[in-house]
Design a protein around this ligand. Structure first.
Ligand code: NAP
Length: 375
């Protein structure tokens, strides 16, 4: 059974090395017993959304096409982009991991009926859409007083900050290092660590970002663009005892420098050890802000690891007992610990304007776009 029609964004990699982001009008599935139909009011544009939406397209080179009602933006793929996206050629993919909106229809189950008329946040995929049918159990009812913009980004970054802390505890570490630490997620992690008394070493790449984090109460803030990073890292790691880092950059040598500094911080005064210190040092690469290869010089003995880290499998690995209370923590801190500051708002059509794509296509400190599909 079909319900009403609604507009949504679709991203398609084409065989002639472009990515087409188009607005399409489709029938929306009516909710099944355990589903709800949501009128989407707000959805953030996060780096993880851009991966699907831009699909290796160059955001600075978008060209407008289509019609005023159903616009299309076409971006040339960067070199190697067609090979990297070959598995999705010709397949229109819905975009937008998460968002918030009002439940306007509900299936017959008690769980779905309980959400009727409620403002909810949902990580349902395909959220750059006017209407979305999703399972009721994916919805987080927003607390009284919270608006759609407050709840729009309540899953990806907040749950990641919480899951980083859970990973730290699970793997026996007591402090954290975070790179690209002035990001929205970085500011959340800083607030969370301050609240929970977890020592945090923030690595950023400009004096302005250092100032932002210091104003936010961070103690250890290091600027990778300044001289002397390595010495400052060793000192901060010695003070905090951090042996776990989350690196959003991945490309280049920052992970390597962190491991090297961890080894120096642990090993100082321990004398010669043929295979380095025995304490395990770990860097998780959890973002790809720099697509260059990760360079490891391996100057830190043998007790270290570098690996990928992704939220959904981490939540699965931690298990329901450890993760059940995390959404409640997010709801309680929606406008404080886990708040996201949105600087720009675009409609679905507005998100396809070349100037907008150029602006949100390069994630920057202090800039965060919100898509408002029904504005
Ligand atoms: N693995 C997971 O499950 C997971 C989950 C959530 C988020 N993430 C990742 O978390 C990261 C942060 O997300 P967000 O929404 O908080 O981002 P955001 O608010 O859009 O901020 C992006 C930040 O990255 C910095 N940046 C961009 N390119 C950089 C580079 N080449 N080197 C150093 N810094 C760079 C920017 O600084 P400038 O202003 O200096 O450019 C800015 O501070 C993203 O990489 C995202 O993919 C991963």
């Amino acid at each position: 059974m079909t319900g009403p029609k609604g507009l949504r964004l679709l991203s398609t990699v084409t065989a002639d090395a472009t990515v087409e982001i188009a607005l399409a009008e489709d029938d929306v599935a009516a909710p099944a017993a355990d589903e709800v139909l949501i009128r989407v009011e707000a959805a953030p544009i996060n780096p993880s959304d851009l991966g699907v939406m831009l699909g290796h397209g160059d955001p600075a080179a978008a060209v407008a096409g289509g019609t005023p009602e159903l616009p299309v933006a076409t971006l040339p793929l960067t070199p190697g982009g067609l090979a990297a996206g070959s598995e999705r050629v010709g397949e229109p993919l819905p975009v937008g991991n998460e968002g918030a909106g009002t439940v306007i229809e509900a299936g017959s189950s008690a769980a779905a009926q309980a959400l009727r008329g409620r403002l909810v946040a949902v990580v349902g995929g395909g959220m750059y859409a006017q209407l979305r049918t999703v399972p009721a159990d994916l919805c987080l009812p927003l607390p009284a007083g919270a608006g759609a913009a407050d709840g729009a980004a309540s899953f990806v970054n907040p749950m990641t900050a919480l899951a980083m802390v859970e990973t730290m505890r699970d793997e026996g570490h007591t402090a954290l290092v975070h790179t690209a630490a002035a990001s929205s997620l970085g500011l959340m992690l800083n607030r969370l660590c301050l609240e929970e008394g977890i020592p945090l070493v923030c690595v950023v790449r400009s004096p302005e970002q250092v100032a932002t984090l210091r104003e936010a109460g961070a103690t250890h803030v290091l600027d990778s663009s300044a001289d002397g990073l390595q010495g400052e890292l060793v000192a901060a790691l010695r003070e905090t005892g951090a042996t776990l880092a989350f690196d959003a950059i991945s490309g280049g040598g920052l992970a390597d420098r962190i491991l090297d500094a961890m080894e120096q911080a642990i090993g100082a005064g321990a004398g010669y050890q043929r295979y380095g210190s025995e304490e395990h040092k770990q860097v998780y690469l959890y973002g790809v802000l720099d697509k260059a290869p990760t360079v490891l010089r391996r100057t830190y003995g043998m007790a270290w690891g570098v690996g990928g880290w992704l939220l959904p499998p981490t939540l699965q690995r931690l298990g329901p007992e450890r993760t059940a209370e995390l959404p409640r923590k997010v709801a309680a801190g929606l406008t404080t610990t886990f708040a996201t500051a949105f600087t720009d708002r675009v409609t679905l059509a507005g998100a396809l304007a070349p100037q907008a794509i150029a602006a949100y296509g390069r994630p920057r400190t202090g800039t965060k776009f919100l898509v408002t599909p029904n504005a």
